[in-house]
Each structure stands twice: as structure tokens, then as C-alpha cells.
Design a protein around this ligand. Structure first.
Ligand code: HEM
Length: 493
């Protein structure tokens, strides 16, 4: 995880905010443990006893400092040629907790009616059933079933989840044992998913992830002129920048909404697409592999290393990816017409459009991404058959935090990624539309799954994506309360 530098003194109450939200719990591995509440009164008693075990932002920061200190000590021992370097990782484990709409109902907690998508739940939102705006995420639907085509466990009501992150599966297993003992008379397990960081912070398609997250005023230190820090209320409820700030009950402050999406990735199919459609747009003497890499980079808006193509468009470059002053400081401002540098529909342009919209519009839809990959890398058999093995699912446990699901995740997914017109402005006409986000854009009509701008010599050429490379198989919306909120509402006084 790329960790933004922090201010020496934060203006936020870091003892009150769960640790994954702003700081991110250190995660080599993660398990989400989904549960149902079997006895609300006993749960509230158990919760009271468990609250000290919830990892706050203060504790998450301390974990990070310990890990950094451990790494330095190890380097010194290596430099001094010690034969015993000790364990490779500092042992650490953190726990956070969140509750869905049905969890709030089970506990009799009213969270307020303005959080419309949260109140609906993600399964209905996924297929646009009963949504306040008639829109939905466009997930595939079980035919005639009125339900998204998800793993059956995610179609069961889930009341809440423990997010357990740490250095290894062993530490996580121990912590799960402690949780099961602490809540033995008040919860039952519905399901769990586990993820693990891949080499070099990459996701399964091979691109470095976790590069761009918003800096938060009063918490992160910002060293570049762009992007500026956003107001804390973009991520935390009850602060300036929260669109519903005046409507919340007091205990809501310092909580955040977590969007979880269980996203499968079709890696061999994605690789085949790149090979079949490679663009020859590079300098003379470039290889077939260069052309394949260029297509991938234009679909994401970054090279696999993380270097943005708006900065280095045609030649693979690792350098900018490692330069904190340059890796996020670009604005898609030079070329709306020709899309020579970065296609309008590239994943990072659809999800953070920078100068394609005003700072006000872009800032209110920023999200704090905290996901982790799951599943093993592609096997040789899958590579040679160019098909994913259904027995070996892999993908992303997508997590993002925001103060408003409507302005955060949902706006990005529906109004930007799924919308073939975005980022054109109202009334702006084009012969060919930008198209959908090639990674996460979802359209029900197969013919509409396409984008332009991939060929830098001719931006009007469209490429079609008959089958999605990312398939949602589950998800839910959760509220992750503050420590004070947990004490007041989710535990006995
Ligand atoms: C399996 C699915 C996905 C994959 C493989 C993926 C991959 C990536 C990669 C490689 C980056 C560039 C690295 C970075 O900026 O940190 C990125 C950025 C980003 N993604 Fe995704 N992503 C996925 C799903 C999503 C979803 C569902 C959303 C939200 C609806 C999303 C929102 C974003 C945002 C906001 C950025 C940062 C853009 C920026 O600030 O430049 N991603 N993603």
C-alpha cells in the first residue's frame, strides 16, 4: 500500500476512527468474516467487552511504525551480515467491524433515511431494484430471479462483518478464534473471504494498484500542488465535506460507509484480448510485447509499473511510478479532442476524471480504496488454454470508504464508468463516444460494451468487449461506526 505522509499532529480524533478508513490496516493478508446476529441483547454485551480490541487509527499508525522499525532493523542485520535475520515480517493483526442495513434492523438502530443506497442494500442496487433514482450497478441478473448473479452466500442476509488484516494467515486465524469465542452466544458465521497481497502491490491483471487515494485535510501531509487534499467529510461522516452533514445524529460522526464488492477477474481472457488487439503505436524497433503492453496501459491509463500514460504515453517507463511528486500529478488537460495521451474511457480517467470536471465535482466523489487481491496467480494450463479455470477463482476484494455511497462508489460506477458518454459534457457531440470503462464498466446490451481512444493514431476506432474481464460475484454496503458510536449504539451502556 502506498502510504501518504502524515501530519505530525492531526486535527481529527484518531482514537475514535476505525483504523482501516484513513490509515489502512497493514495487510499482507485479510479475511472478511461475515456474520448474522443471533441474539441482539447478548451481542450488545459481547460488543461492549470487545470494543478495546477494535483497531483505531492511532493503533493502525503504531502498527505501521512498528513494521517500518522492524524493516530497518532487518536491513541493519543484513548489512552487518548477521546469520540470523529473524522473521521476515513483524507480527501484527488488526480488527475492524461494520454493519449492513439488516444488521442495523436486527439491533434496532436507526441510521437515518438519507443514506438511500445503504438502506436498500447492494443486492437490490446491483440490479436496480427499488433504487431511489431508477438506476442500478448493472450487475448480471439471474434470469427471471430478480436477483444478481452472485455466489449464493452473498444473497443471504449478512448483518455485519469483521475485517481482520495482518502479516499472515496464522495471525488472522488466531484472531478469528478469539472473535468466535468472544461472540459465541450472539453471532453465527454466514461466510468468509480471504485475500493476499501479490508481488509488488499488483492486482491480478499485473498492474500496480493502490497508487492514488485522496489525501485528507488534517491528517495527510500534501507535498504536491495537485491533487490537493480533500475535506475529511468526503470520507468521514459528520465533517465538513460530508453532503449530509447537517442531517446526521451526533453518534454518526467519524463513521464511514464501506462498499465491498467481490470482483472476479478473467486474467487469461484479458491477456488474450491484449494480444488479439495489440496496437502498434510505439517507436520504430518496438516489439510485439511493447504493443500488447501499450494496449493494456491505454485501458488502465497507467503502465503496469504505475506510471501514468498522461505523463509518459508511448514508451514503457518505471521511473515516474516511483516518484511521489509525479505519479499522481497529472490532469488530462491537454487533449480532449484527440485522446493522444490518455483515452477518455481509461479506468483511471473514468474513476478520477481530474480536469474533465470541476475540482468540486471530482472531490465530492473521491473514495478511499482499501482492497486486496484474492486467489492464486494464473496457471500454465489456463494461460495456454486462454480460459479461466472456474475451479480457481481470482480477483479483487474491492473495499472503498466514503461518507456518501451515492456520491462516492455509486456515482463512479453508474454515472462515470458505466456511462458511454462520460466524460463528455452536457450537449457535447461526438461521432464516436468515449465508451465504457474497459475494466469495470457494465452495460446490459452487449453491443454497448466498447470504447474508443485506444488507438492513439485514430481515436475514433472502437474496440468491443463482448465478455467482461471483471465479474461481480457478491457485495454489500456496510457502515463502519466510530468507537464512540459503537459504545453508544451497538453495545450496552
Ligand atoms: C477488479 C477490479 C479492479 C481492478 C483490477 C482495478 C485496478 C486499478 C488499478 C491498477 C488502478 C491504478 C492504480 C491506482 O491508481 O491506485 C486503479 C485505480 C482506481 N480505481 Fe480501480 N480497479 C478495479 C475496480 C475498481 C472499482 C469497482 C472502482 C470504483 C467503482 C475503482 C476505482 C478506482 C479509482 C477511484 C482509482 C484511482 C484513480 C485515480 O485517482 O487516478 N476500481 N484501479
Amino acid at each position: 500500500m502506498r502510504v501518504l505522509p502524515l501530519l505530525a499532529e492531526s486535527t481529527l480524533n484518531l482514537d475514535n476512527i476505525q483504523g482501516d478508513i484513513l490509515s489502512g490496516l497493514p495487510k499482507k493478508a485479510l479475511t472478511n468474516y461475515y456474520f448474522k446476529i443471533t441474539d441482539a441483547a447478548v451481542f450488545k454485551k459481547d460488543m461492549k467487552a470487545f470494543i478495546p480490541q477494535i483497531t483505531t487509527t492511532t493503533k493502525a499508525k503504531q502498527h505501521r511504525e512498528t513494521i517500518e522499525g522492524f524493516k530497518i532493523q532487518r536491513k541493519i542485520r543484513l548489512f552487518e551480515s548477521h546469520s540470523d535475520l529473524g522473521p521476515a515480517l513483524a507480527i501484527n493483526v488488526g480488527v475492524n467491524i461494520g454493519f449492513s442495513k439488516s444488521g442495523h434492523a436486527a439491533l434496532g438502530i436507526d441510521i437515518g433515511s438519507h443514506n438511500k443506497s445503504f438502506a436498500l442494500g447492494q443486492a437490490d442496487d446491483a440490479i436496480g431494484k427499488g433504487t431511489h433514482d431508477g438506476e442500478g450497478l448493472n450487475d448480471p441478473e439471474i434470469s427471471g430471479g430478480g436477483k444478481p448473479d452472485w455466489d449464493k452466500e452473498f444473497l443471504e442476509p449478512i448483518h455485519g462483518f469483521f475485517l481482520i488484516a495482518g502479516d499472515s494467515d496464522t495471525s488472522i486465524k488466531t484472531k478469528i478464534g478469539e472473535i468466535e469465542t468472544a461472540f459465541k452466544d450472539s453471532i453465527s458465521k454466514v461466510h468468509s473471504v480471504s485475500g493476499k497481497g501479490l508481488h509488488d502491490k499488483k492486482e491480478h491483471f499485473g498492474f500496480r494498484d493502490d497508487i492514488s487515494n485522496p489525501a485528507i485535510e488534517g491528517f495527510h501531509q500534501v507535498t504536491t500542488t495537485y491533487p490537493k487534499a480533500v475535506k475529511p467529510g468526503v470520507i468521514l461522516l459528520g465533517h465538513p465535506g460530508d453532503p449530509n452533514v447537517s442531517q446526521h445524529q451526533g453518534w454518526i460522526k467519524d463513521g464511514s460507509f464501506l462498499v465491498f464488492r467481490y470482483l472476479h477477474q478473467k486474467v487469461p481472457e484479458f491477456n488474450k484480448f491484449l494480444i488479439d488487439n495489440a496496437i502498434n503505436a510505439q517507436a520504430e524497433g518496438s516489439s510485439v510485447q511493447d504493443s500488447i503492453d501499450l494496449l493494456g496501459a491505454r485501458m488502465f491509463g497507467r503502465w503496469k509499473s504505475g506510471t501514468p500514460i498522461d505523463v509518459v504515453p508511448f514508451v514503457k517507463n518505471d521511473e515516474v511510478a516511483h516518484n511521489p511528486d509525479r505519479v499522481n500529478s497529472f490532469r488530462f488537460s491537454d487533449e480532449r479532442e484527440i485522446q493522444k495521451l490518455c483515452p477518455m474511457a481509461a479506468h483511471i480517467r473514468k474513476t478520477m476524471p481530474r480536469d474533465d470536471r470541476s475540482d468540486e465535482i471530482v472531490d465530492r466523489s473521491r473514495i478511499m480504496r482499501r482492497g486486496i487481491p484474492f486467489g492464486d496467480p494464473v496457471t500454465h494450463t489456463e494461460l495456454s488454454s486462454e480460459k479461466s479455470d472456474p475451479q480457481k477463482p481470482r480477483g479483487l476484494i474491492f473495499h472503498c470508504y466514503q461518507s456518501s455511497i451515492e456520491w462516492g462508489f455509486r456515482f463512479i460506477q453508474i454515472t462515470w464508468a458505466n456511462n458511454p458518454r462520460f466524460p463528455l459534457r452536457d450537449g457535447e457531440e461526438r461521432e464516436t463516444l468515449p465508451g465504457i470503462d474497459p475494466i469495470i464498466g457494465q452495460r446490459k446490451v452487449v453491443e454497448e460494451r466498447k470504447m474508443s481512444g485506444l488507438n492513439p493514431h485514430n481515436a475514433k476506432v472502437e474496440l468491443k468487449f463482448p465478455d467482461p474481464f471483471v465479474v461481480p460475484r457478491g457485495g454489500e454496503y456496510f457502515f463502519v461506526p466510530s468507537i464512540q458510536g459503537l459504545k453508544e449504539k451497538y453495545a450496552v451502556a
